[in-house]
Design a protein around this ligand. Structure first.
Ligand code: AMP
Ligand code: MG
Length: 526
């Protein structure tokens, strides 16, 4: 079925340049010798557009009125294709929770095509939850409203925070119910289904390379590497061998930058398996993610991760490095020199250490060259933890500190950042001393207080999409009220600006949310 939407320009290099699965059947199986399988979305009962990101629609080539067209919901609900779309699911593997898991693949993601916009940019359009594929294993290929809404809002929130990420074009209700056991306790229930159309220059993951290495398919692995370089890293030059080396270095560097961003904004991905690591260093696959409320490097939002806490906030940079090592291992036949592979890993560690330090100085408003900075940052984080302070609100409050502290109760100046009065009081003396020292350092800087404040506010967000806020949007949308989704979609566009009308969306996590499902921890059920 085609549509009367204005045409987009598609240039589907992935399916054109890489070998596809010769078996056209949409049956679950191991797919060998191919990078993708052709598969069409499975139609849904009643696709209706819940929300869309207008700037993403523009990015892929739509005009402002297009999303309102009924065919838009049909296409992005999986009931129709636009001319030029060639839907497929990609084959990939991955290490999950530290162990090789074999073939995974797009079990519920279906790429529709690679749209070229008027500026010549390539944007791959991918539905998530559009029905089974050969890679669906035992699952149904669908997605529920709660997880789709979380992915839709959070990927846009991350983009506007300046964090590299896949984007989201649309969120469509399917009109069909999906059966899920949300707590993994044997109580499955029907939930409303939804489909997100996510958008990125490339959805290639570390796991796309790992699967061919695991199958000893060196020829296909090399083809995929050279394809990725040609399509997604076109700025790299030189002969094939040197481009491959430069490519891996760049992957390492982008991954390091991404980790610094996550640590800056307090984002915890929750499932940093190698199949969830983008080759472009984008945040990808929003599942049981979370935002640090009370600062705790040991916190993980993922209930499946609660035991080992492998994917806890403070460990993310190390896990990213571990994942890069898996990628490097997979590439040994393509870059056949261990020292070269190791140097990419070392490059990750170097870039991360350098950028992490610079990021923290900026977060705390300290300038390069300040000899006290390291100690102030270290003790600042220790206090954030010991006094159980809210990560996001603390840094905004620090930015807003008045020009002089005398005559004020310094803890009162921090405002509503404390989760526990006893822990606050136990840390009172240390915190007071730290604030005085910090204030002394920033007061001695060769810039005005307002310049310092503006610089801090530019790296310390006012708004992040806390789980308890997203959950309220989910609860309302499930009951048919989408207004909070639309409000959030507006607020998240300028997350560094104070928006007084929306202060209620920035409060530290309320007590009622501390242990409520979806508000603190989440399962992978989605
Ligand atoms: P994730 O944990 O979401 O990164 O997913 C890991 C693997 O499971 C990927 O191959 C997904 O495509 C697949 N998967 C997750 N949920 C579903 C589902 N409902 N139906 C089919 N495949 C799924
Ligand atoms: Mg995944």
């Amino acid at each position: 079925m085609t549509t009367s939407l204005r045409p987009l320009v598609f240039d589907n290099r992935f399916v054109r340049e890489l070998p596809g699965d010769p078996d056209p059947r949409n049956t679950r199986r191991q797919v060998l010798g191919a990078a993708w399988s052709a598969v069409e979305p499975t139609p849904v009962s009643a696709p209706s557009l819940l929300a869309h990101a207008a700037d993403v629609a523009e990015l892929v080539g739509f005009a402002p009125g297009d999303p309102a067209h009924p065919d838009f919901a049909r296409v992005f609900g999986g009931n129709a294709l636009m001319p030029g779309m060639q839907p497929y699911a990609a084959c990939y593997g991955g290490h999950q929770f530290g162990h090789w898991a074999g073939q995974l693949g797009d079990g519920r993601a279906i790429t529709l095509g690679e749209a070229l916009n008027a500026r010549g940019e390539r944007w791959e359009l991918q539905l998530k939850g559009a029905g089974p594929t050969p890679y669906s294993r035992t699952a149904d290929g669908r997605a529920v409203l709660r997880s789709s809404l979380r992915e839709f809002l959070c990927s846009e929130a991350m983009h506007h925070l300046g964090v590299p990420t896949t984007r989201a074009l649309s969120l469509v209700r399917t009109g069909d119910a999906v059966l899920r056991d949300m707590f993994y306790n044997g109580n499955a229930a029907l939930e409303p289904g939804a489909i997100v159309c996510r958008v990125a220059p490339s959805f290639i993951r570390f796991g796309n390379f790992e699967i061919f290495a695991a199958r000893d398919d060196a020829a296909l692995l090399t083809r995929l590497v050279d394809f990725t370089i040609a399509r997604d890293f076109p700025h790299l030059s030189g002969d094939a061998a040197s481009r491959r080396v430069a490519w891996l270095h760049e992957v390492a560097e982008r991954t390091a930058q991404l980790m610094v961003h996550w640590m800056r904004v307090g984002f915890v991905h929750g499932v940093m398996n190698t199949d969830n690591m983008s080759i472009l260093g984008l945040t990808i696959d929003y599942g049981p993610y979370g935002w640090v409320d009370n600062f705790d490097p040991g916190w993980t939002p993922n209930t499946t991760d609660a035991q080992g806490r492998r994917y806890r906030f403070g460990q993310q940079p190390l896990i990213a490095q571990w994942n890069l090592v898996r990628l490097a291992e997979a590439l040994i036949t393509v870059i056949p020199d261990e020292a070269t592979l190791q140097s990419a890993i070392d490059h990750y560690a170097t870039v991360y250490a350098r950028e992490y330090e610079a990021m923290n100085r900026a977060k705390f408003g300290l300038l390069p060259g300040d000899e006290d900075a390291d100690e102030l940052v270290r003790e600042g984080y220790a206090l954030l933890y010991d006094a159980e302070m809210d990560f996001t609100r603390f840094f905004r409050a620090l930015g807003d500190m008045p020009d002089t502290l005398s005559g004020h109760d310094p803890l009162a100046l921090l405002g509503d950042v404390f989760y526990d009065d006893a822990r606050r009081d136990a840390a009172r003396e240390r915190l007071t001393a730290w604030l005085a020292r910090w204030h002394g350092r920033v007061s001695a800087q060769p810039r005005s207080a307002s310049e310092r404040r503006a610089a801090m506010h530019a790296v310390n967000p006012w708004f992040v999409l806390r789980n308890y806020v997203a959950q309220q949007a989910i609860d309302a949308a499930t009951a048919g009220d989408d207004s909070l989704v639309h409000t959030l979609l507006e607020v998240l566009r300028t997350p560094y600006d104070e928006q007084p009308a929306h202060t209620a969306l920035t409060g530290r996590r309320p007590d009622w949310a501390r242990h409520k499902a979806g508000c603190s921890m989440l399962s992978c059920s989605s």
